[in-house]
Write a protein that binds this ligand. Structure first.
Ligand code: ZN
Length: 591
């Protein structure tokens, strides 16, 4: 029995800390965390450039267990130079050179030591192989770096980690943690397509930190979407989501990582790392919020969003899905293309699917799309997918009249039609947004949304029918962060077209909608980037009698009031309520 019903709260203890902690100090630190977070389990690291001695590991294990905290192991594959010839290698973050015998032996030693101490261990995300020294180059031969690194890391996973660990501890559970840079994995050897079957479990990096003040500029929605991607990669075996307090610059920014990880329904919520969080103000509200979320998670079904096909080892229009997710479109990233079905059964089948340039990693993507559409499905393609397909002449011309001639348009006016009506009206954007110009043949394809300036416009949402289904092309701004500058009415039209389930959101950008398969949903308005309190409308297909707020275990309002419909027609029911940045709200749709 853990401290929470829906997830296990775990913390990571790094080796340099474990190497030095005294028993008295450890007692004090556990007391601090028990007060604020209530960890159920820790991952105790044996090696990270330096070793934690057997004596120190024994001390930590004993004290943690006395407090009812479970202990697993952890490894970080970074090391100081191990021999004089290491000075010739340029190793980012001191990661290993797996072409070098001294490094290889060292890793085996670390793994063996860890497997002797624990029945489970996790490998931190410095496992990648970046080294391009003379030895690595020689071994690579004619292969591309991506091919070589993926081959190499498969071999390293097998021979230097899994085999040596299982040799000393046959019941060991080995978890590989994947970093938050999925689109770059192949270049440094991470290869979940194969590694998911080699390792017992996988784990997800959900460290999004501050979207502006960090080098990576990760949209916060990644803390949710990457969790779902890895859940669909190894269903039931995605161990948890892992985030840290670095470069967050504000408690809410830190907490958002926890919220979005929790909304994805994780098994574990991993807080990295123990010494960085001890006496750190960001964790003081965390336990309070986790307890609240625990109560909400009791009532949520399985996450359900528009399937987003993201093949393994793919890149292209990186993180577009996260910017769409931040604009209120619920998504469900998955590494396999779903089959068509009228009623979604994710991740295997769905009535609609989203593809971006990343899908072109799949050589059979066009036949898959054609088949899906012909059966009655709706494929939503980004402009990046369409443009690159046209350049490759892969057969997309057969599915749409869109052609691209290298032109782009700076737009500030959006011409919108309501669904079911061809009458259009205008809304202006606060700043100019640059879209690719998707020329198409009118009445062969049909524009649902235009953007432009004065007497010339280009389409940003184009419908093509094929067989029993349709292809919908969405033009994407060249900077994805401009999606949030699209006027709310235009964005809402896009949300309506991309909705998988029965509901869509009408309201400002910078607001994520999370939908679940039991008629529940949640909204989260982000605290960063121009967010402000506002009113939103939720459109529910058909008749609904009310929205029942779902309260958590620490809700501000103890007896929440049901929301009555604002308006109702034969086809939909609309509800309206207020949202405030930093506060999630969850509801059940009452029929
Ligand atoms: Zn090397």
């Amino acid at each position: 029995m853990g401290n929470y019903r829906n997830f296990t709260t775990v913390m990571y203890c790094i080796a340099p800390w474990a190497a030095r902690i005294t028993e008295a100090e450890l007692q004090r630190q556990i007391e601090f965390f028990n007060h604020y977070v209530k960890p159920d389990k820790v991952y105790l690291e044996t090696f990270r450039s330096e070793w934690a001695s057997q004596e120190q590991l024994d001390l930590c294990k004993r004290v943690f267990k006395d407090h009812g905290i479970a202990v697993s192991g952890g490894i970080t594959t970074v090391t100081e130079d191990l021999s004089p010839e290491d000075s010739k290698r340029q190793r980012f973050y001191q990661t290993f050179c797996y072409s070098n015998e001294v490094h290889r032996e060292h890793l085996k030693k670390v793994v063996t030591y860890t497997a002797e101490n624990f029945d489970e261990f996790i490998i931190d995300d410095f496992f990648f192989s970046q080294c391009r020294c003379e030895d690595c180059r020689r071994e690579k031969g004619d292969r591309s770096w991506a091919e070589f690194k993926m081959d190499k890391m498969r071999e390293v996973s097998e021979n230097l980690v899994i085999k040596p660990a299982k040799a000393v501890n046959p019941k060991i559970n080995i978890i590989i943690k994947y970093p938050n840079w999925r689109e770059s994995f192949q270049e440094t050897g991470y290869n979940p397509a194969q590694q998911k079957d080699m390792f017992d479990m996988i784990y997800t990096g959900t460290e999004t930190r501050h979207p502006v003040e960090t080098e990576q500029h990760l949209p916060h929605y990644l803390s949710y979407s990457l969790m779902r991607f890895f859940e669909n990669t190894k269903p039931g075996k995605n161990g948890g989501g892992w985030f840290d307090p670095y470069e967050c610059y504000g408690i809410d920014t830190y907490l958002e990582q926890a919220y979005l990880t929790a909304f994805s329904k994780p098994r574990e919520i991993m807080l990295f790392c123990w010494p960085s969080l001890y006496h750190n103000k960001v964790v003081t509200p965390l336990g309070f919020r986790l307890k609240d979320l625990d109560g909400i998670l009791d009532k949520l079904g399985k996450p359900q969003g528009l399937p987003f096909y993201l093949p393994h080892n793919s890149q292209g229009e990186d993180h577009l899905e996260d910017y769409l997710g931040m604009a209120g479109i619920p998504l469900e990233p998955m590494p396999t293309f779903p089959a068509y079905a009228k009623t979604p059964l994710l991740p295997s089948s769905a009535p609609s699917v989203l593809v971006t340039a990343s899908a072109l990693e799949d050589r059979d993507i066009i036949p898959k799309i054609r088949n899906f559409i012909n059966q009655g499905g709706k494929v939503i393609a980004s402009s990046g997918f369409i443009i690159e397909s046209l350049q490759r002449k892969n057969g997309i011309e057969d599915l749409t009249s869109i052609r691209f001639r290298g032109r782009y348009a700076e737009t500030c006016e959006f011409q919108i039609s309501r669904s079911g009506s061809s009458r259009m009206y205008y809304r202006k954007s606060g700043e100019r947004i640059r879209f690719p110009v998707l020329e198409h043949r009118t009445n062969s394809s049909w524009s649902l949304l235009n953007a432009g300036s004065g007497d010339q416009h280009t389409s940003i949402l184009i419908r093509d029918t094929n067989g029993r289904g349709e292809l919908l092309t969405l033009a994407i701004p060249d900077l994805f962060s401009r999606i949030k500058k699209i006027p709310a009415e235009a964005l809402t039209r896009i949300r309506e077209e991309l909705a998988l389930g029965n509901i869509y959101l009408e309201g400002p950008p910078q607001l994520s909608l999370f939908t679940y398969d039991n008629g529940t949903f949640g909204l989260y308005p982000y605290t960063t980037l121009d967010s402000a309190p506002d009113w939103v409308k939720i459109h529910v297909k058909g008749k609904a009698s009310a929205l029942s707020p779902i309260s958590g275990d620490n809700s501000f309002v103890s007896e929440p009031v049901k929301i009555a419909p604002l308006s109702q027609s034969e086809t939909e029911t609309i509800f309206e309520f207020r949202v405030e940045p930093g506060d999630y709200q969850f509801f059940k749709v009452e029929v």
